[in-house]
Structure formats: structure tokens, C-alpha cells
Design a protein around this ligand. Structure first.
Ligand SMILES: Nc1ncnc2c1ncn2[C@@H]1O[C@H](COP(=O)(O)OP(=O)(O)O)[C@@H](O)[C@H]1O
Ligand SMILES: [Mg+2]
Length: 245
């Protein structure tokens, strides 16, 4: 029989490995989108006839997307250091700021795909709550990336694609909406989208992790996330203000 201490150690390292494996998946998920855009931009630059104005613009986009990818690596490293499955630490954070940062991060990708990115983000004293700003940024980033994928599918680089990000805050709660006019989600698919691993995107584009991560982050903030579809697709996140704490 093995000594109990050795078995405990084995168990600990197994759960650590599982946590690391999950984090590695998260890293891949978060970096795939900006890096793919970067790759496409670079490829189109290679085939371009020499035109300095156009090249300049493309290079600018490449550099913006690269720095956003690097920022994400740094953030994820911080999460890794915090040891993956550790409980999140909540501190006062500005949800409007988190949404702004997430929007800025996908700006290059939406520009490259010819998508209009519209924001209506309320700025007032109510946009602050106790939460995890890294998680909130990831939440909004995932929703925006899904919107970009859906609009890109629908418009294939043509004009007409629109994504709207809005935030309304009062003393009781903060509501963030991410809306797009992409391919849409039919009822049969809608029941599965929050399941871990469910994706309608072709491998290796989709991991099916994005919305399950969103759901987890919203849960950690005692909030709710729901899908509202009509002519457009809209994800609505309601985060309660922590009035008790
Ligand atoms: N804005 C959207 N428009 C259309 N479909 C969406 C949208 N957001 C999510 N979906 C659907 O939900 C599925 C799961 O999304 P997600 O969990 O982020 O995984 P992934 O993006 O890797 O496929 C997507 O594959 C897609 O079918
Ligand atoms: Mg996704």
C-alpha cells in the first residue's frame, strides 16, 4: 500500500495538471482570434502592390493587434500565477472601463473585417462594483469576439455588419448589452450555446469555451447572462451592485 502522503501528493498534482490544462485551453482560446487577424493582415500585406498609404494603415493595425495579444498573454500569466482555480479576488472595479478596454482590444479585428463597432457606454458613479476586472474584460471580450465571428460569417468582409456595445448603470445594477447583426442563433442552437465545448464554428476556429467561461464569470459576480434574439442577436449581462458588502 502506498503511503497516504504520496497519494495525497499525486492527487494534488493531478488536479493541478487538470487546472493547468484548462488554463492552457483558455490561453489558446483568447489568443486565437487576435493572432488570426494578425496573420491575415500580414498575408494580405505580402500580396499587395506597393502603396505606402495602404501599407501604413495595415501595419498600424498589425501593431495594434499584436500589442493586444501580448497584453492578453501577460494577463493570463497573472492568472496562472494566481493558480488557476483559486477563488477570484474582488475589488472595486469600473465595469465601464472594463467594457471600454474589451472594445479597444477587438477594434483592430472589427476594422479588418469591415464591421462598424458602435458604443454607448454610460459614464457615471454607478459603473463601479466589487468584482474581478480581469474576468469582466474577458467576459466582454468573449462576447465581442463571438459577435465578430457571427458578423464576419454573414457579411464576409462586405460593409453592413454592425456590433453595438452598451452599458447602463444605476445604484442597484449594471446592464451591458452586446448586439450584432450577424448570422443569428436559431432556437435549437440557442439551448446549447452555454455548454462547455459546444461550437458551430469549424475546427480549429471554435473551441466552444467562450460562453461557458462567460457564464462562469457572470456567476462569480452573482449576475445573469441571457440571449435575446429578434432581428439581431443580443447578449445581455446584468451585474448586481454588491449592496451588502
Ligand atoms: N453573437 C453570436 N451570433 C451567432 N452565434 C453565436 C454568437 N455567439 C455565440 N454563438 C454561437 O454559440 C456557439 C458557442 O460560442 P462559444 O462558447 O463562444 O464558442 P466558440 O466561439 O468557440 O464557438 C458558437 O459556436 C455559435 O454557434
Ligand atoms: Mg467564442
Amino acid at each position: 500500500m502506498r503511503p497516504i502522503i504520496a497519494m495525497k501528493e499525486q492527487l494534488r498534482s493531478a488536479s493541478r495538471k487538470a487546472a493547468q490544462g484548462q488554463l492552457a485551453q483558455y490561453v489558446v482560446h483568447d489568443l486565437r482570434s487576435p493572432l488570426t487577424t494578425l496573420k491575415l493582415q500580414a498575408e494580405s500585406l505580402q500580396t499587395l502592390e506597393v502603396d505606402q498609404g495602404v501599407s501604413r494603415g495595415k501595419l498600424d493595425r498589425i501593431s495594434r493587434i499584436t500589442s493586444s495579444a501580448v497584453e492578453q498573454i501577460e494577463e493570463l500569466l497573472k492568472v496562472l500565477n494566481r493558480n488557476g482555480n483559486a477563488p477570484i479576488t474582488k475589488k472595486p472595479c469600473d465595469v465601464a472601463e472594463a467594457l471600454h478596454q474589451a472594445v479597444n482590444r477587438v477594434y483592430g479585428a472589427s476594422l479588418a473585417a469591415n464591421i462598424a463597432l458602435e458604443t454607448n457606454i454610460q459614464i457615471n458613479k454607478h459603473t463601479i462594483l466589487r468584482g474581478d476586472d480581469l474576468g469582466l474584460r474577458q467576459l466582454f471580450g468573449n462576447l465581442l469576439n463571438n459577435a465578430i465571428a457571427a458578423v464576419t460569417k454573414q457579411y464576409v468582409g462586405e460593409t453592413g455588419g454592425v456590433i453595438k456595445a452598451s452599458l447602463v448603470a444605476n445604484k442597484n445594477y449594471i446592464v451591458v448589452k452586446i448586439e450584432d447583426n450577424g448570422v443569428g442563433i436559431d432556437d435549437a442552437v440557442a439551448t446549447k450555446i452555454f455548454d462547455r465545448g459546444y461550437s458551430t464554428l469549424l475546427d480549429p476556429e471554435g473551441t466552444g469555451l467562450g460562453l461557458s467561461i462567460c457564464k462562469k464569470i457572470v456567476g462569480e459576480h452573482d449576475g445573469q447572462i441571457s440571449l435575446l434574439t429578434s432581428k439581431s442577436t443580443m447578449f445581455e449581462v446584468t451585474l448586481p451592485k454588491d449592496l451588502k458588502k
